[in-house]
Design a protein around this ligand. Sequence first.
Ligand SMILES: *Cc1c(COP(=O)(O)O)cnc(C)c1O
Length: 439
Amino acid sequence: MSTVVASGLVGELAHALDGPFHVLLPDAFTANLTALRDALADADVDGFVYYAKKANKAAVFVERAAAGGAGVDVASAAELREALGHGVRGEHLMVTGPAKDTVLLRLAVTHGATIAVDALDELDQVISLVLTGRERPARVLLRVLPDAQPHSRFGMSESELTTALKRCLEAGDAIRMEGFSFHLSGYALQPRADLAARLVEQCRKARGMGLEEADRVSIGGGLPVSYTDADSWHAFLGTQRPSHYHAEKAFRAGDFYPYHSPVAGPDALRALLATRPEGSGSTLAEVIREAGIELLLEPGRALLDQAGATVFRVQGVKDRDGYQLLTVDGTSLSLSEQWFNSEYLPDPQLVPHQQGSSAGVFPASVGAATCLESDMLTWRKIAFPHPPRVGDLLLYPNTAGYQMDSNESPFHDLPLPPKVVIDRVDQARPRWRFDRHFS
Ligand SMILES: *Cc1c(COP(=O)(O)O)cnc(C)c1O
């Protein structure tokens, strides 16, 4: 991103687009995908990566997943259509989500996608779709309700799983039962290793019952991303208090995303594979290998690490007691973390539109160009190194994972920020295009 800023392109784009915009760096996505694959190969684990599409709506990441031979994890008919339309093969789709609608299930069956079945009635529906439509067998995983998160609304309990396995057997050729899946919230490795090992065991049992294709375990997403170093993070957590925020706003430390993670992304996958599941003398990698299992992953955030940034222009500067209040030309709908009793903590970079302003510490909070009191992009008083001025740009780093567009809407009739793709950064003058052509 620093190369892009140094090239002057960000300022030019701000001038041309005349509003906030997102910058996408798909090479970072491809590099993250390669690094995850390397982690699997180094541990000698047979695996397959599905990009969890909900983390960003851009087409380019799906295109990169397709080009890289990865799959895509979708949860709606529209996401499925998008993935197919941008080049992902049907058999490389994973369909997740609770109580999937009939259109989605039918498309999944027709295109040979894997369906992570979340409930018994859903399994029945899949079986009857295949039988009545004289379709090819539906490929299913059974999603498990984790012991560690018994209040989750996703997945099936132990007794439901027993029933599901029986129904899969009875369904005969209508169903290809390929294994089990889970998705845990949080980032702890041990519970993931424990549950993965338990599901490897379940695959053995299912095969013993005659479901011979049961040889896959999906561990979902939840590979952490580290946005900052340990010292900055712990110093921030240890000192943050209401006086550091506009309007004395109080945030609970526990509500922040863990912006520092000691092991993240591909390293977290390596660490997971090296973890010994409870009660096992072997590592998870060994357990998986010995049972002849294929490990499936559905990372969203981890594939998007460093794959984008969001740019706003300062359109107003107001003095308050000891700090300034900036108003930018967009809204916090483009920075989704602001909608979860939380705050996006990576500091925006100030890109002055004219050089030569004084250096020092200039605290300022960042508000949106809307009439909502609570629409703040940053409540925190950021220590800017120069006095922010109207026309300067604020570049929020690393926003591709979940920040950009989960919540965006044309509030106040403001247009949605366009997405600018920079395919090749390592050039003296980076070239850009829009993510989609306007129709
Ligand atoms: C959201 C989700 C993911 C992706 O999670 P990340 O934390 O972005 O890696 C994967 N699988 C399922 C089922 C999900 O709901």
